[in-house]
Each structure stands twice: as structure tokens, then as C-alpha cells.
Design a protein around this ligand. Structure first.
Ligand code: HEM
Length: 158
């Protein structure tokens, strides 16, 4: 196995984990929220927070590493339009993902407190949920655009 193949293999697996875990987490949080049941929301958010730390965080760190090594291996300049645009979008994704992780942990705690106390979900939970939902759109759009940039490698008039 050549180092190029190994790097590309890891890079594509990392991309799959990023998009797959992100979409999966969004789907299960949405479904749990729609039940309106604080215990279900708390249990789902608990798993989601763990999944983000184990899978997403690993891929978030590994992706630029394998990407930069790939660029060196193939001989691409880091100044290529599609690489510059991808890195910029990657920073956008990170700026959306970090607050989302904190929001999920807070929603987990609020839902767990409601479930324990038998109280309805507080307004703070609903505000966080709306914000969490809104952050998903730019993050998802940025990741899908990175996929396109990586595959098409277009020359862009930046
Ligand atoms: C953040 C810095 C990144 C850098 C520097 C980078 C760099 C690269 C390079 C140089 C290649 C081309 C390899 C080749 O010519 O065979 C590549 C391919 C690829 N990258 Fe990235 N990448 C980055 C992030 C990402 C992200 C965040 C994703 C998706 C979530 C992604 C998904 C892909 C995919 C799917 C390919 C394969 C495209 C193909 O072979 O048609 N990359 N990347």
C-alpha cells in the first residue's frame, strides 16, 4: 500500500465520518426533540455529546492533517483556489460546530433536570434548540461545498 493510497483512504474515511456523524446527530436530536419528552431528549443528547467527542472531534483533527499530507504527496500548492476555499469553509464549519457541542451539552443538562423534576422543558431549552437548528444549516452547506471542491478541484476567481 503506497502512502498516497493510505492517506487518501484515511482522508475519505474522515470525510465520511464528518458528514455521517453530523447528519446522524442532527437527525436523532431532531427526532428526540419532536417527542417533547424530556427523558428521551436527555438520553439522546447524552449519546450525541459522546459521539461528537469520540467520532467528530477525531475526524475534525485528522482531516486537515491527512489533507495537508495529501497535498504534499501529490504536489499541490496550498495556494490552489480549491484548497484555500476549502480551508476557509473548514474554519466556518468549526466555528459552527464548537458552539453546537456546548449547546448540546446544555440541552442535555436542561432536559435531564426537567425529567428528574417532572417539570416541562424550560424556555431556555427551546431557545437553545432553535439556535442549534439554525447553526446546522451553514455547517452542513459548508461541508457539502468542501466535498464538491475536493472532488471537482475547480479554479475559482478568488
Ligand atoms: C481542511 C483541509 C483539507 C485539505 C488541505 C484537503 C486536501 C485534499 C487533497 C490535496 C485532496 C486530493 C487528493 C488527490 O489528489 O488524490 C483531497 C481529496 C479529498 N478530500 Fe480533502 N482536504 C481537506 C479537507 C477535507 C474535508 C473537510 C472533506 C470533507 C468533509 C474532504 C473531502 C475530500 C474527498 C472526498 C476527497 C477525494 C476527492 C477525489 O478523489 O475525487 N477534504 N483533499
Amino acid at each position: 500500500m503506497t502512502s498516497y493510497f493510505l492517506l487518501k483512504f484515511l482522508h475519505v474515511i474522515g470525510a465520511t465520518v464528518l458528514l455521517g456523524t453530523g447528519a446522524g446527530i442532527a437527525f436523532f436530536m431532531l427526532m428526540a426533540h419532536r417527542t417533547g419528552d424530556a427523558a428521551i431528549i436527555a438520553a439522546t443528547a447524552r449519546s450525541v455529546v459522546v459521539a461528537d467527542f469520540v467520532f467528530t472531534a477525531t475526524a475534525v483533527v485528522a482531516q486537515p492533517v491527512t489533507g495537508l499530507l495529501l497535498a504534499r504527496e501529490v504536489g499541490y500548492s496550498l495556494g490552489e483556489d480549491w484548497i484555500v476555499a476549502s480551508i476557509a469553509l473548514y474554519l466556518v464549519t468549526g466555528a459552527c460546530w464548537l458552539p453546537v457541542v456546548l449547546m448540546q451539552a446544555k440541552m442535555r443538562d436542561l432536559a435531564a433536570a426537567s425529567a428528574t423534576g417532572g417539570a416541562p422543558l424550560p424556555e431556555r431549552y427551546h431557545r437553545l434548540y432553535r439556535l442549534w437548528f439554525a447553526f446546522g444549516f451553514p455547517a452542513f452547506a459548508a461541508v457539502v461545498t468542501i466535498f464538491w471542491l475536493m472532488i471537482a478541484r475547480p479554479e475559482i476567481a478568488l
